[in-house]
Design a protein around this ligand. Structure first.
Ligand code: COI
Length: 355
């Protein structure tokens, strides 16, 4: 993957840096942003001159389509700093491909690879002091595109803004994660936009997730919309289950996001000789396995969530607690993944890309 600086970007540097005001020891996920952002507009059928400029609010026409029809997509990626201060992206090609798949599904223009990759590269170079090294530290990268064309007629915009912003992060979840299995609400349906990283997929989850939060659960595991019998994904992560010694995860589909961390863990599990089945996982088998003691682990996977163990789940008002195990598969895979991402062990898969 070529993330070299092939595209000419106009750079305006910030006169002052906010970095000294940031408490890097106590970051709340995604709430602090670096000094600069990348921006490229789409107008008159083509991408315009890309720029990097100081991070700041910007003006939009109140009739912009993004506000009325939700034409908006995004990606979540991370960069890491190794022991020699080199910065590495993790599988940027996967995020780039998925971004453009989402763009196509949402009737938005695809972003050329050189704009996406040069933007990432040059923005990270400029704000590299913000990338902290050490286990658990990363730069969360948020590429996104919004429809900026004005007019409330319900058709796709002809103007768009593609941007990249950077946020130094540590962990997404602090503390135990308990989940509620959805019985009524759905995240996605066949033929819908579940496989796209569309902003609306997340907005649609906020109300049911708020209800789950009020009941003491951090996340919802979504089930298929038609029967609510198959376990699909959680809002911020894909999900894995371990029954006895077999790891299970649902196949990606029109309803499930093709998670980059998910596919990475699948490859790592194979290379670690862990039994793995990619197949529909039923709510009923999870409950049965919990009752008979064969359910050992549930964990989520995602760029933000990394590998997040789940302490227990609730279904139809019954709470099922997971056993407390020391050497979990979640931990084994998380250690493998983060060692590769932080360049602490050889990346025989070729997933890490130096900027
Ligand atoms: C990510 O893991 O990057 C995501 O996009 C999830 C997000 C809701 C934090």
């Amino acid at each position: 993957m070529n993330v070299s600086q092939t595209c000419k970007i106009e750079i305006t540097k910030s006169l002052v840096s906010k970095i000294n005001a940031v408490d890097f020891e106590n970051l709340s996920f995604g709430s602090v942003f670096t000094d600069h952002l990348f921006e490229c507009d789409f107008k008159n059928g083509e991408w315009q001159q890309p720029v990097i400029k100081p991070y700041a609010p910007f003006l939009l026409d109140p009739s912009s389509r993004v506000f009325h029809y939700g034409q908006a997509i995004f990606e979540g990626m991370k960069a890491y700093k190794d022991g020699s201060d080199a910065i590495w992206l993790f599988r940027p090609d996967e995020n780039f491909k998925r971004f453009n798949k989402s763009a196509v599904r949402m009737a938005m223009p695809e972003v050329p690879e050189e704009i996406f990759m040069s933007g990432l590269n040059q923005l990270l170079q400029l704000d590299k002091a913000w990338v902290k090294k050490g286990s658990g530290n990363a730069m969360y990268i948020r590429p996104f595109m919004i429809a900026t064309g004005g007019g409330v007629i319900a058709n796709p915009s002809t103007e768009y803004k593609f941007m990249i912003i950077l946020s130094p992060v540590t962990s997404y979840y602090s503390g135990e994660v308990k989940v509620l299995i959805a019985e009524h609400y759905s995240r996605a349906a066949n033929g819908g936009i579940g496989a796209a990283k569309a902003a609306g997929n997340y907005a649609a989850q906020f109300f049911p997730t708020n209800l789950a939060n009020k009941a003491g659960f951090q996340q919802v595991i979504w089930t298929d919309d038609a029967t609510h019998t198959m376990l699909e994904e959680a809002g911020t992560m894909n999900v894995f289950f371990r029954i006895n010694d077999t790891l299970l995860t649902a196949p990606v589909s029109e309803r499930i996001l093709d998670g980059v961390t998910r596919k990475t863990l699948i490859d790592l599990a194979k290379s670690e000789n862990i039994n793995l089945e990619i197949r529909p996982v039923l709510v009923s088998e999870l409950i049965e396995a919990s009752k008979n003691g064969t359910l050992k682990e549930i964990f989520g996977s995602g760029t933000a969530a990394v590998v997040s163990p789940i302490a227990g789940f609730s279904f139809q008002d019954i709470y099922y607690e997971l056993p407390k195990i020391e050497n979990t598969v979640a931990l084994q895979l998380k250690n493998k993944l983060t060692s590769i991402q932080n360049k602490l062990e050889e990346d025989k898969f070729g997933w890490t890309v130096k900027i």
